[in-house]
Design a protein around this ligand. Sequence first.
Ligand SMILES: NC(=O)c1ccc[n+]([C@@H]2O[C@H](COP(=O)([O-])OP(=O)(O)OC[C@H]3O[C@@H](n4cnc5c(N)ncnc54)[C@H](O)[C@@H]3O)[C@@H](O)[C@H]2O)c1
Length: 326
Amino acid sequence: MNELIEILNQWGTRRVMVLTDTNVAGLYPQYFEALSSAFECRTLVISAGEEAKNLEQLSRIWERMLDFEMDRSDTLILFGGGTICDVGGFAAATFKRGVHVVNCPTTLLAMIDAAVGGKTGINFEHIKNCIGVVRQPDYILPANPAFLCTLADSELRSGFGEMIKYALIAYPELFEQLGGMKTLTAEAIRPEWIEWCVAYKQKVVALDPEDHNERHVLNFGHTFGHALESFYLSEDMPITHGEAVAIGMVFESQLSMQHAGLSEMQFFRIKDLIGWFYDVPEFSDDLLKQLKPFLLQDKKNSGGEINFTLLREIGNATINNFIQIF
Ligand SMILES: NC(=O)c1ccc[n+]([C@@H]2O[C@H](COP(=O)([O-])OP(=O)(O)OC[C@H]3O[C@@H](n4cnc5c(N)ncnc54)[C@H](O)[C@@H]3O)[C@@H](O)[C@H]2O)c1
């Protein structure tokens, strides 16, 4: 906390607002208490989960920032999962054209993904992340693995899907280590794994902050993943983002065999590892037909061809593979 206080002082911050959700606030009520001796502090608690990413909550955050008389030297601390990072990051980026933002991620997904990279926003008219901006956080607190101990299993599994993704696109040694895991628990997640994922995302984001090219590598598993997420939601059987990505990675590994030279042996190793932790449906013509409308909506498509990130081998991905799958 001392380092954070020093940073806030360097920014000339006088007021600090901690934005969090009802679950995190209840579990870690005193986490930022040390700041109150150095700054004028307030906490704003919003509802937990995806439904907080809407205009109403956003407007509430702006109102409270206005009421607190925050100015551009002041700081909003985002203390929570990806939802808090997204809605809070957007509120901070747009309030008086931008106050300082500190991310303090509390879910595995936020630690290795949502808190890094600067994509912020809310859902609008049932379209996910429809309104938003890219604005890098000014500081990200190092991930605290202790937060993972209170996470629901389903949330841990969701973040773990993204961790497998980093292994497949960048870290063959991480893939080996994940393969040695028998059960997914918070204690089994090694802190250095989180550090590797964050370091890789930061490297890619630095090359392509606005997501025009190099950053597409992070989309491995996501083309099918997003389609699966939307399809299951439309069937009233929602699955988590990371679970959808995990299944998507199996399907996209199968495409990688046909279009990017992934060996059959590596494909089966990927399928086995993901199948150990997640229920992976058969990649059948029937399922493909059901996913079609969602796949065709992807904004990275071009002329009916779908843009995939594929694997040449474990740890080596190739971007912008336009494939006609229908
Ligand atoms: N901006 C990006 O780059 C990016 C990347 C990936 C995902 N996202 C977004 O992130 C959101 C999903 O993030 P998420 O999975 O972190 O979800 P989340 O923030 O909704 O958190 C999931 C649940 O876990 C609870 N929670 C958070 N930390 C906890 C803890 N330490 N202990 C117990 N419970 C805790 C939350 O209250 C919530 O109920 C989605 O809206 C997604 O679109 C954004």
